[in-house]
Write a protein that binds this ligand. Structure first.
Ligand SMILES: [Zn+2]
Length: 222
């Protein structure tokens, strides 16, 4: 089964993708991770991508598409995967369609109100020692990192102003491409306004109710 996670920044796409991946033994493909790994490895593509990111502009579609195609050609993703972060603009969607990058069975559209997204942004804490991410909006009461006992840090770009800009880009650039997948009958909308565990349960319940081909059988394979 080939999943595409869709939703605003901070909607929980990566978190739910990881939970689904663990329960159903599927690999995740995150465009953000691909970019990060390619930069860390010092590859030629990574160097070029970093040049754009350092300037704060979008990495060109052709380069992003090449990276994602390389990843999709690997053995471990041939039976299925959970994709997050591509396509996310009309340009990328055009390449996705024209180049037959991959087929997708289900698009999980995570719906979260703006106020909830914002509360997650300002509540995000990252462990200064191990990088574990926690959110005060989950109400778990962690004063320190539950993994290693480290202190919490706040990322400088986790503020309302920066988030508002990212959200506006999402509304203008990314949200419109959902129409393409809707026209194919592949979109499953899921309410993702609660903590990860509850949002995950909502998602699985929507899967059970869905008429999208193959989804019920997929759930039985667990
Ligand atoms: Zn830690």
């Amino acid at each position: 089964m080939k999943f595409l996670m869709f939703g605003a920044p901070m909607a929980g796409k990566g978190t739910l993708a990881n939970m689904l991946a663990e329960d159903y033994h599927l690999p995740t493909i995150s465009m953000g991770d691909i970019l990060r790994e390619s930069i860390e490895s010092g590859s030629e593509e990574g160097k070029i991508a970093k040049g754009y990111m350092d300037k704060g502009v979008m990495v060109p579609t052709a380069l992003v598409a090449k990276m994602i195609k390389n990843r999709l050609a690997m053995d471990d993703v041939q039976e299925g995967f959970i994709l997050d972060g591509f396509p996310r603009s009309p340009d990328q969607l055009k390449v996705f369609i024209d180049d037959h990058v991959t087929d997708i069975d289900v698009v999980v559209n995570l719906e979260v109100p703006y106020e909830v997204l914002l509360s997650r942004v300002v509540g995000r804490r990252t462990c200064k020692d191990c990088g574990y991410i926690y959110n005060t909006s989950w109400n778990m009461g962690y004063k320190k990192c539950p993994k290693c006992g480290g202190e919490w840090g706040i990322r400088s770009d986790d503020n309302e102003e920066t988030y508002k800009t990212r959200y506006e880009v999402y509304l203008k650039e990314t949200l419109p491409i959902l129409d393409y997948f809707k026209s194919q009958g592949k979109v499953l909308s899921v309410t993702g306004d609660k903590d990860p565990r509850q949002s995950y349960e909502n998602m699985i319940n929507e899967f059970k109710k869905s008429e999208i081909p193959g989804l019920k059988r997929f759930l039985e394979q667990r």
